[in-house]
Write a protein that binds this ligand. Sequence first.
Ligand code: HEC
Ligand code: HEC
Length: 202
Amino acid sequence: MRLSNKIKAIVTVAFFNVCSLMSWQAFAASAVPDAAAGKIKAQTCFACHGENGMGIAPTVPNIAAQPPLAIFYQLVQFREDMRKGGDMEKFAKPFSDNDIRDIAAYFSALPAPPAIPGDAAKISIGKQIAQQQYCNSCHAPQFQGQKQVSRLAGQSKAYFITQMRNIRSGTRVDMDGTMGSAARGVSDAQIDALAEYAASLP
Ligand code: HEC
Ligand code: HEC
């Protein structure tokens, strides 16, 4: 290796190390979401989602115990006008990514919504459909959600039904198209049973 090339290589490696150190520091600076700060930032949300993360009406989703990443991506989608509904575009607007991480930390740490009792026959049909359609493979075995995938357990039936229909029709565009394809073949009657089943889970 010619000397100048050797120097170039050393400089390149050193530069790379500095860059990864800087990005690590940037990550560390923003990495730890603060649920207590999130609660203060979430004051405007309580009127509809409750301080306990429970929607005050059937059209308002329960967001208690949603995975933090699921809350994060939904709020970013609202903020960027990629998802619309319930005026959420407006409520999400003022927040930075870090604010949203704090808010997500607050709601995700709350106790999960209680199971909503329902029609036993419908619930068992819903469970069967969920298994046949592999809903659990993404939404987790007890529909508790994981990573960016929403929690469905204990969710309002009316909200569940509206969202499934909107995702199926494309009125709500999901972030990576996977939920869009999952909803495509599901009939209205099946959506009803799935909502009954999801709501019944603790
Ligand atoms: C005026 C009532 C209202 C207020 C205030 C409000 N929301 Fe919402 N929120 C809704 C409704 C209604 C929806 C469902 C929208 C839809 O139909 O798509 C929703 C949806 C959401 C969702 C998506 C949940 C999911 O399961 O996909 C999140 C997350 C959320 N809101 C968080 C917040 C946060 C955080 C705040 C405060 C900054 C807030 N909301 C303020 C009514 C409200
Ligand atoms: C390949 C993974 C995957 C599969 C399979 C899947 N989902 Fe989803 N689902 C998602 C993701 C990711 C989201 C969040 C979508 C978004 O807005 O980007 C979601 C969102 C939803 C929502 C909206 C929740 C909310 O809080 O707004 C409902 C309802 C839902 N899924 C029901 C189902 C049902 C029922 C099935 C089975 C028929 C299913 N999903 C299968 C990944 C999946």
